[in-house]
Design a protein around this ligand. Structure first.
Ligand code: SF4
Length: 361
């Protein structure tokens, strides 16, 4: 069975022809799935019953099982998806029944004008940032392009959201540039007019920073927005928070980001998670201002949401404002990102973390 979301119009057309279906059926399928959001072939009334049954038997549309769906009081919706790996042989099928599902989270955050999907790119995360629930169990696997697209499609067609997705951020579980081929493959469909049609500027890759992968992204044909998860004003603090900071200094990251800006004209955003008494002091804000000025970058300040079992605290409101004031005095554009969905633990990896805890007692 082919996974529909791994296909583009050309490969879907080839797959239809191989099933003795007319080529134009591929266009009809794409219209039903992407434009109308209907993934059950039996409901596709402009296709003959016989062909609908053949399509239903030949393609898998949603490959994940919806394990949980939460809605916060502010409208944020979070899905926990279980992925059962497709298996080819009867032996593997038997194993698949007993193997535990791999799960990822995906979140839709609505505002007055936007509906932003926060997508996962990997199952677990290899980076292991010490403040993050997603990194606790390490990396369990890479998501395929189709699995990334499926998350966006599910979020785009959630009921009661007020419309389709307008923005995509790769800020869910995983390091997107460590799964480069699948992420860029998914972006082609998310951006395509026949797919979800989301503009390049409205797609953001958020990375802890792999200079070689950032340089590779310079030649990617879709100039997406790049956000660098800095989270520290200097290398010493960064290495204490982000294990992969060992592999690249802040200077090296800024050089790669400069190249990205020079080629694409896209301003870089710095993401900075404020952790109480760790990186939220006035002296840290001064150092951060220098980094931002060198890159001419905007800063997104994020107030930490506590994760059960992790030794970090949420900063006080006074400290957050003092931090922001230092940046603004230096004419650095620093935006405090609103905490969304706190009542459903919307921070990266928290729902999955809670489920795993409840399964392991
Ligand atoms: S913050 Fe991002 S990069 Fe760090 S462990 Fe969590 S998911 Fe991975």
């Amino acid at each position: 069975m082919r996974c529909f979301f791994d296909l583009n119009p050309d490969s879907l057309r080839d797959a239809c022809l191989a099933l003795q279906l007319p080529g134009y059926v591929a266009d009809q399928i794409i219209d039903w799935v992407y434009a109308k959001g209907v993934i059950d072939p039996i409901a596709w009334t402009n296709i003959s019953k016989q062909n609908r049954e053949l399509i239903a038997a030949s393609f898998r549309f949603y490959a994940s099982e919806l394990a949980a769906h939460q809605q916060a009081s502010d409208g944020t919706q979070k899905l926990l998806l279980n992925w059962h790996e497709p298996s080819e042989s009867p032996t593997q099928d038997r194993l698949a029944v007993v193997a535990p599902p791999k799960s990822t989270e995906t979140v839709m955050i609505p505002t007055e004008k936007r509906r932003t999907a926060c997508l996962s790119s990997q199952v677990g995360c290899p980076v292991g940032c010490h403040f993050c629930a997603s990194g606790l169990g390490g990396l369990e696997g890479n998501l395929k392009a189709g699995q990334i697209i499926e998350q966006a499609h599910r979020l785009s067609w959630l009921p009661q959201t007020g419309g389709r997705l307008t923005n995509i951020v790769f800020m869910g579980m995983g390091e997107p540039l460590a799964n480069y081929a699948a992420v860029t493959g998914a972006i082609r469909t998310l951006n395509a007019p026949w797919g979800l049609g989301i503009g390049a500027r409205r797609i953001t890759i958020s990375t802890v920073g792999l200079p070689a992968a950032i340089r590779k992204l310079v030649s990617f044909e879709i100039p997406v927005t790049l956000a660098l998860s800095l989270h520290a004003p200097n290398d010493e603090i960064r290495r204490k928070l982000i294990p992969w900071a060992e592999y690249a200094t802040i200077d090296e990251l800024l050089d790669a980001c400069d190249e990205y800006f020079a080629k694409t004209g896209r301003e870089i955003t710095l993401e900075y998670l404020l952790l109480r008494n760790v990186n939220d002091r006035v002296e840290h804000a001064k150092e951060l201002a220098s980094v931002a000025m060198r890159l001419r970058a905007n800063i997104n300040l994020i107030r930490y949401n506590e994760v059960r079992g992790l030794p970090f605290d949420r900063p006080t409101t006074e400290d957050v404002h003092a931090f922001q004031d230092v940046l603004r005095e230096r004419h650095v554009n620093a935006h405090l990102r609103a905490s969304r969905g706190r009542d459903i633990a919307a921070a990266c990896g928290q729902l999955r973390h809670e489920k795993l805890r409840s399964h392991t007692g």
